[in-house]
Ligand binder design. Sequence first.
Ligand code: ARG
Length: 424
Amino acid sequence: MKKLAAAVLLAATSTLSFAQTLVLKADRLIDVENGKLISNAVVVIEDDTIVAAGEARKVTFSKDSKIIELGDYTLLPGLMDMHVHLTSDATRHGYKRLEVSLPRAAITGVKHAKATIEAGFTTVRNVGAPGFADVALRDAINAGDVEGPRMFVAGPSLGVTGGHCDSNLLPYEYDNYSEGVADGPWEVRKKVRRNIKYGATVIKFCATGGVLSKGTKVGAQQYTFEEMQALIDEAHLRGLTVATHAHGTNGIKAAIKAGVDSVEHVSLLDDEAIALAKKHGTYFSMDIYVTEYILGEGEKAGILEESLNKERIVGKTQRENFKKAVDAGVNMVFGSDAGVYPHGDNPKQFSRMVQFGMTPMQAIQAATINPARLLKQEATLGSLEEGKLADIVAVPGNPMEDMSLMEKVGFVMKDGRIVKQYLM
Ligand code: ARG
């Protein structure tokens, strides 16, 4: 691959609509619906929509279309990360996080949103943000004020008093707790309603303890089955999907039985958890890259010693269990937990997904068509097909042969508008 010019052409953030038909040509395209690599490919775009895509000889377009020749690149659907925290800063963990005000977190989110879309992620699910900072960020992106991915947002995560989704850093005289704390079936229903009222489009709750929370046991279940059922029922009544943080085996299984749409982390799963996920069609979002950052950079970033100790066990087990889930055919989605590690580094997880048990095609499907289905957005997102929104990325060379090329996204289009284009 020839050395790319350092300059990045960034299109203006104002809405640029293409009256003219736009044609992208590249040596390859990934058809994620059929799991096929297509050579000599073309995608035809009108306004924000794909009107044709496939092998060049089968696709026609008008002579006065604007053509962009990408050459030795592979076209892919815009990537989708189902587990990010755009308003969290990876360099501030533990007590350092207490220094960050809500408005400050929202402003940091602007920078993170830009880094995320430039890395190729045109859609994210933001699974937890204090103060509805994620709602504000989404609205600013949708209004064209700032650059960033399409966001599905949870607002504050729901959790039990003193659980992983509470904040447990200060002693009781400060009377500090997270706004998503709710105990009991009616309290959780009320929190779901409140989150929807203030703009949430997905619901996130914590079913077990976690790594980064002070004083919680990773393996211990934190909501009763009854509470989970009420929470999930309330969200489903309102047409929202539900994601749950769960490392521990019992919490994973209870959440699946209660009807959760996706389980996050899923570190300590067992065969029964896999069987339940298959039976219920539950998605697993396993963040198998982040352990490298936590154990490598975590201490400097303020991660507590007790969390580092938890991570040493969880990270390793999660990677082993990832393969079991993949081999069993569980629905898998790409979820990174970016925010714990730097935004924009999301694609580093692709090579690990292949290293720990997926085929390259499965890893790409996990970040495209599978999340589109999880979010019930497959009519408009997730693949390069006629009628879908023109969310398109391109990577140099062939990622089927080298997954680390996913870290080199050189072209990004969202809604038919070019967000990033290296000089090619
Ligand atoms: N937010 C998660 C937690 O605190 C991060 C877990 C990261 N570790 C892992 N191996 N995936 O529990």
